[in-house]
Structure formats: C-alpha cells, structure tokens
Write a new protein. Structure first.
Length: 199
C-alpha cells in the first residue's frame, strides 16, 4: 500500500519537538541567574536603594546600602553626540571596604542605548558613612544610535529621561575581621532631568 503521507508531514512531529526543545532551552538560558563569579569576584546580591538628587537619603530604612545619584550635567556637546557627567554618593549599611571599579551593562536613556566606560577610580566606604565618587561617571550619547531627527527631539525637547541598566560594583569588603572580593549587581531604573533641556 502506498504511503499517502508526504515525507515532509511525516517529519513534522519531530520538527515540532525539536522546536519545543530549542524554545525551552532559550527560555531557561534567558532565565538563568548571574554566574557565581565575574572577573574573579564572587557575585553577592544585597538590597540597594537608589535615590535621585531630589529625593531624601534613606534613614533607618533597613537597607544594606544606598546610592544617591547626583544632578546630571552637560560635559560636552558636539555634532555627533553628547557626554553627560553624573556624580553619586554611596553608603554601605553594614560593611567597610574598598570599591575598586564599576562596570555598566545594558544602559539605556529614554530607551536608547548609551556607552559608559568602566569606572576605575577606587574609593573607600565605611559603615554608617557616605562616600562620594572621586570623579563623575561619563555617559556618552551618540547621534549614530538613532536617526538624527529623533536624537535632536530626544535630547532637546524631553524634560526628563528614564534611565535603566545594571551597575556591577567590584570591591573588597570586610566583615567579622575577614576581607572578601565581591561584585554587587545594582539594578538602575530611575528618572532624571534632561541636562540638555535645562541647560
């Protein structure tokens, strides 16, 4: 008896199974947590409260640490983009240590990708005290990231920017007389004033 089922259809269940496996693998991969170590520093998750320059600093809120972002200022503007400088203050709720460098991942301003170079300006933090960054963080916004008309509208006519991304804080922190190499991921999701609009 001739086989009335086309060969392509006979292979369909296998194809659907393979597709389902690939889809589940992709979902599992995207849902994976951070690795145990980054650049030799053990990943350590702790609750960090982010506040803007206009918000009050947390007091007695039980947070392990907080970061207070400074008012963004315009460092440079040219035909091909702009550079924004942003300062910050950092406080550790329960540990002393030394922040060695900062790394920035997947940062967007108003939904547009921006470039932020690694910050290599070490500074000390002490329990119960606030430490300011030695130098501002520099954020580069390129006109090549979006069409020029969109860039001009976005930089010149938006009163506020939504900022999202993750900062990885690399450092050596002391606890109970021991020193540990840790990297702390800090999620950023906040709104800041557009320094180009207000300049």
């Amino acid at each position: 008896m001739p086989d009335l089922i086309p060969r392509s259809l006979r292979r369909l269940p296998f194809s659907l199974n393979a597709f389902a496996i690939l889809l589940l693998s992709a979902l599992c991969f995207s849902a994976q947590d951070l690795p145990g170590k980054i650049r030799g520093y053990k990943v350590y998750k702790t609750k960090v409260n982010i506040v803007t320059s206009t918000e009050k600093t947390p007091n007695g809120s039980g947070e392990n640490a907080f970061v207070k972002m400074g008012e963004p200022t315009m460092a440079d503007v040219g035909l091909y983009g702009a550079t924004i400088a942003v300062g910050a203050e950092i406080a550790s709720g329960g540990q002393n240590g030394r922040v060695e460098f900062l790394m920035f991942h997947d940062f967007r301003v108003g939904g547009i990708p921006v470039e932020i170079e690694e910050y290599h300006e070490p500074f000390l933090i002490k329990k119960g005290e606030t430490a300011a960054l030695p130098k501002p963080i520099r954020v580069s916004i390129s006109v090549f990231s979006v069409p020029k008309a969109v860039y001009q509208e976005w930089t010149g006519h938006r009163d506020e920017w939504e900022v999202t991304g993750t900062v990885f804080v690399f450092g050596k922190f002391k606890k109970m007389g021991f020193e540990f190499k840790r990297v702390i991921p800090v999620k950023i999701n906040m709104t800041i004033k557009n320094p180009l609009f207000h300049s």
